[in-house]
Each structure stands twice: as structure tokens, then as C-alpha cells.
Design a protein around this ligand. Structure first.
Ligand SMILES: Nc1ncnc2c1ncn2[C@@H]1O[C@H](COP(=O)(O)OP(=O)(O)O)[C@@H](O)[C@H]1O
Ligand SMILES: [Mg+2]
Length: 260
């Protein structure tokens, strides 16, 4: 991720964070409009995420859960005030959009697919979050709000208009299982590697117990998005293991994500 040096107004953050922020060099590391992520270059380094009140609660809970399993960074603070604030310790290495990784697409596919399969084999019996519940709720809510975009994934998954897509999703949603621990947003900027070795998963706000095809869908999509080709899909699916992939379920996820 590109990090840009920025000046911040310390008063835009609650007092409990001032000891980290004062006198530190700050870089912007945001990836989306929904949250502001800053890197605090002080000591071992910290990341502070700020977003709409309530929106980082699940992320804080799941990051702590993944940390216990050695799969995520340490959560140093979560505070819900005027906004939500989430402070983590910097993890070693770089995320997967770093040029070292993008220069080797096949190895990147194999690495991220293998890591995903390993994640999906983790024990999740004490996981606090049921992802399928919120996943289905989002489809319903956004269908009613007329949020729909069927152009997002046309390079691979063809789906119909809004009503056809909703009917297809409703008819088949019972096929989706709750049988793995999901990352929930399995995209290249959310996977940290240290010289090709796994370092940590980040951005876990959509994780929890759910169907593996959600992560598989985004894992394949993110490679397409970064390299603008589908020619690496097979590397990804072979490395994950075709025995566990149902391609029709990937189309079902595309249908549901059109309401995402
Ligand atoms: N604890 C951390 N250690 C190292 N890098 C981090 C950490 N947290 C965030 N980042 C970096 O900041 C970027 C944005 O953070 P992320 O939580 O994914 O926010 P967003 O919701 O904007 O995608 C990540 O892609 C990663 O490069
Ligand atoms: Mg992210």
C-alpha cells in the first residue's frame, strides 16, 4: 500500500490516542472511503483506523480472535465515541499489492490460495461471529433499497437483472454453508506477507463463520482486478484445491455481491 506522509490534527482523535500521535510522523494508509487508516511511525509502529460509529466493532472482535490463533495483529485499543477508533500493532512485511508480490502473479496466486485453504481448515467452534446472518441481511436490505450493480463481475460471472438475480439468490441460498472460518474480504491489500511468508490477515470486519465460496470469490476477483486478466484463475483454484470448489456457488456469490 502507498503510504503518504500527512499532517493530522491530533484533536480529531480521542485523548487516549494522543500519547501515540504526539510528535510521531504520520502516513495515510487508507484503502477506501469508508475508513481513514493512518500509520503512526513511532516505536515499533501502529495503525489507527477511524470510521463511522459502530462500524469497527466486529473488526476489533475478530482481529482479537484471529490474533489468538496467530493469524492477525494485536489489538491495542477499540474505542467507540463520536467515531469508532481501532488501534493495532504494525505487522511485519508488506501487503500483497507491494511490487515484490505483483511482479510474480503465479506465485502470488499460489501463496494466497494456499493460505486461504489453511485458514478454512482452522477450528472455528469458538468464533463469536455468524457471517452468513449479516450476509443474507445485506442482500435483503439492499434489494429493498434498490442497491444493485450487475456489471461488477461480468468478466467471469454472468448474472441477470435485479429481479432475476434476487430470484436466483433466493432459490439457491440454502446451498451456502456455515462450515469454515472466513476472512470476509480476501483481497490482496488485506493479506500481509513477509518475504513470501505469511505474516497476518488484516481488515477482518466481514469475517466470521460462513461459506468458503465468499472468500474464494474475492480471492479470484482480486487477482483479476490487479492483473486485468482471468488467466491466473486456474492457478488460484488448483492451489486451493478443486475438491472443495463448486463453481456454480461462485456465481451464486456474484449474484449476492451484486447487492453488496
Ligand atoms: N496492523 C497493520 N500492520 C501493517 N499494515 C497495516 C496494518 N493495518 C493496516 N495496514 C495497512 O493499511 C492498509 C489499509 O488498512 P485496512 O484495515 O485494510 O483498511 P481499509 O478498510 O481502508 O482497507 C492495509 O492494506 C495495509 O497496507
Ligand atoms: Mg483493507
Amino acid at each position: 500500500m502507498e503510504r503518504k506522509k500527512v499532517q493530522i490534527d491530533i484533536n480529531e482523535y480521542p485523548e487516549s490516542f494522543h500519547e501515540f500521535l504526539k510528535d510521531a510522523t504520520i502516513y495515510d494508509s487508507s484503502c477506501s472511503k469508508e475508513a481513514r487508516v493512518i500509520f503512526i511511525d513511532e516505536g515499533d509502529g501502529y495503525y489507527l483506523k477511524k470510521a463511522v460509529k459502530g462500524s469497527l466493532k466486529t473488526e476489533a472482535e475478530l482481529t482479537a480472535y484471529f490474533h489468538k490463533k496467530g493469524l492477525a495483529t494485536e489489538v491495542l485499543a477499540y474505542e467507540s465515541a463520536d467515531f469508532d477508533y481501532f488501534l493495532t500493532r504494525k505487522v511485519q512485511g508488506e501487503d500483497c499489492v507491494h511490487h515484490t508480490y505483483l511482479e510474480n502473479p503465479k506465485r502470488l496466486c499460489e501463496t494466497t490460495a494456499t493460505l486461504l485453504r489453511k485458514l478454512h481448515e482452522e477450528d472455528f467452534s469458538d468464533c463469536p461471529v455468524d457471517r452468513m446472518k449479516t450476509y443474507f441481511e445485506t442482500v435483503e436490505t439492499n434489494y429493498r433499497k434498490e442497491v444493485f450493480d450487475n456489471s461488477l463481475f461480468t468478466q467471469k460471472w454472468q448474472i441477470g437483472n435485479r429481479d432475476e438475480t434476487k430470484a436466483f439468490a433466493d432459490k439457491n441460498r440454502h446451498l451456502l454453508k456455515s462450515d469454515v472460518l472466513l476472512h470476509g474480504d480476501y483481497c490482496l491489500p488485506n493479506i500481509m506477507l513477509n518475504n513470501w511468508e505469511f505474516s497476518a490477515f488484516i481488515d477482518l470486519g466481514n469475517g466470521g463463520i460462513g461459506d468458503r465460496h465468499i472468500d474464494l470469490f474475492w480471492g479470484i476477483w482480486t487477482v483479476y482486478f490487479n492483473f486485468k486478466t482471468n488467466k491466473y484463475d486456474d492457478y488460484f483454484m488448483d492451489a486451493y484445491g478443486r475438491d472443495k470448489i463448486d463453481e456454480e456457488k461462485l456465481r451464486l456469490i456474484a449474484a449476492m455481491e451484486a447487492f453488496g
